[in-house]
Ligand binder design. Structure first.
Ligand code: SF4
Length: 476
């Protein structure tokens, strides 16, 4: 995964040092003028027209198809095939076109000889009005199956792949932004969304396109010009980008003194890689490690065997003298083992204690796949018990904990607003992805210091999300 990129739900806002530091004010945040690229919509549209032309000889989109009784409204492309969107003003059905699984099936069209079928089709009705055009859609499906040759399909599918590389429909703020809620100018740049893990907790689609290295470098320069001195390079998994060293070096060239890499560390087990990235100038690595238990970790990352590789990569980073901070997302599926994580860190990496900066505990962001929420969002009562135990183990072992009271952390009552890990000061600014307070919060002594709840939590667990706290000498 891009390790931390996954848990830093959008907007990604982790605060690695807020704990025990006075909170700043939102007004200190730099005003960055980003030189954003031109929208890719025209390029993407041209590709869709190309595909329509190849499959249906359609010269433009939308296209009237009077012989079938509807219109080809648009074309949708994904890594598995092509959807022809059919309807009138807007689509009411999709004709799915994919490579035929059994090419031995024969098709005949017109007077030509029968030949193996290259593509197969299926119709998905998305509106009740589609019933009116079933016969026409069946005819069109037959026409497509009969007309598309191997060569045509390969060309169309190649164009579909071109389309997938474009960042169509992905907000530009996902690629570069100032981190909200931390009270100091800190930037984050995402080089793309490709990853060698596939965490269910991730808020990103692994297939989102990217803008490319030159644009990434331009944004880094923009951060530097605005006076940002701390930058996080993230993804996806940024170590999969062959230009990573260039990004790090460019950051330093434009005056950014602290460059942190968000990573799952898998690539760092490769010989020489630590040295290359270290010498380019990273300040620290922020490594996702959601559990000390390999099975639990691999289940969370949905990438079997990668826990072991992350551990190897972290050991290589530490041996190479790179500071490492861990990030664990408190997911429901990992909750039973969370309290064991400080012990795992202590026993596995304790020999490099001077370079272990600590463990950040992050709350899950809204997943790209919302259906996963029940396996991801921690049940509040269990979370409170587990956090007490986790904090106790971390304190006992001397593993520094961070981030619990940051925008990426939990509501303060999830850890009793423990004054060792919660600032008593009012939040520096509201963050829009967690500004829900329940009626019970009005009686809570730490409300002004709490960023609040996330929408998904409240939908899943309602009132159980909160346990209002009484006045405390340190947190009133
Ligand atoms: S009761 Fe409400 S205001 Fe208090 S810590 Fe919990 S979520 Fe925050």
């Amino acid at each position: 995964m891009s390790a931390a990129a996954e848990e830093h739900g959008h907007p990604p806002t982790h605060d690695e040092s807020a704990q025990k530091q006075p909170r700043g004010r939102g007004s200190t945040i730099a005003d960055v003028v980003f030189r954003d690229p031109e929208p890719v919509d025209d390029e993407a549209r041209a590709i869709r027209v190309d595909v329509a032309r190849l499959l249906l000889r359609a010269p433009t989109l939308p296209l009237e198809l009077p012989m079938f009784g509807f219109r080809l409204v648009d074309v949708a492309l994904d890594k598995g095939g092509v959807d022809l969107l059919l309807g009138w003003e807007s689509p009411v059905a999709r004709l799915r076109v994919e490579a035929a699984r059994k090419p031995e099936a024969l098709v005949e069209l017109g007077k030509g000889p029968a030949r193996p079928k290259v593509v197969s089709t299926s119709i998905v009705e998305t509106h009740a009005a589609a019933a009116r055009i079933r016969a026409g859609m069946a005819k069109l499906a037959e026409r497509v199956e009969g007309a598309v040759t191997q060569e045509v399909w390969e060309r169309a599918f190649a164009r579909a792949k071109d389309h997938l590389k474009l960042p169509v429909g992905v907000p530009v703020g996902f690629y570069r932004q100032i981190i909200a809620g931390v009270g100091r100018p800190e930037g984050i740049i995402r080089v793309g969304f490709r990853c060698n893990q596939d965490c269910g907790i991730c808020w990103q689609d692994r297939d989102w396109g990217r803008f490319g290295a030159e644009q990434t470098l331009r944004w880094i320069e923009d951060f530097g010009a605005a006076g940002v001195r701390s930058l996080i390079i993230s993804g996806g998994e940024p170590t999969l980008d062959p230009d990573l060293e260039r990004y790090i070096r460019r950051a330093h060239e434009v005056g950014i003194s602290q460059v942190t890499l968000e990573t799952n560390a898998i690539q760092f087990h490769k010989a020489g890689y630590v040295e290359r990235i270290r010498d380019a100038g990273i300040h620290a690595a922020f490594v996702s490690l959601h559990s000390g238990d390999p099975e639990v970790s691999d289940a969370i990352t949905r990438a079997p065997g990668t826990h072991a590789r992350t551990v190897k990569g972290v050991l290589a980073l530490l041996a190479g003298g790179v500071d490492v901070k861990f990030n664990a997302v408190m997911t429901q599926e990992g909750l039973d083992h969370l309290a064991g994580l400080p012990d795992f860190i202590h026993s596995t990496f304790g020999a490099y204690r001077a370079h272990v900066l600590g463990l950040m505990l992050s709350y899950p962001a809204e997943s790209y796949d919302p259906s996963l929420a029940p396996t991801i969002i921690p049940e509040p009562t269990q979370l409170r018990a587990v956090l007490r135990e986790t904090i106790a183990r971390a304190v006992a072992l001397g593993v520094p904990l961070n981030g619990l009271d940051s925008p990426c952390g939990a509501q303060l009552c999830a850890f009793d607003a423990d004054p060792r890990f919660a600032s008593p000061r009012p939040i520096p600014e509201v963050v829009d992805f967690r500004n829900i307070y329940l009626p019970a919060c009005d009686t809570c002594a730490v409300k002004r210091a709490c960023f609040g709840l996330r929408d998904t939590d409240v939908k899943l667990y309602g009132e159980a999300c909160v346990a209002p706290l009484g006045a405390s000498p340190r947190l009133a």
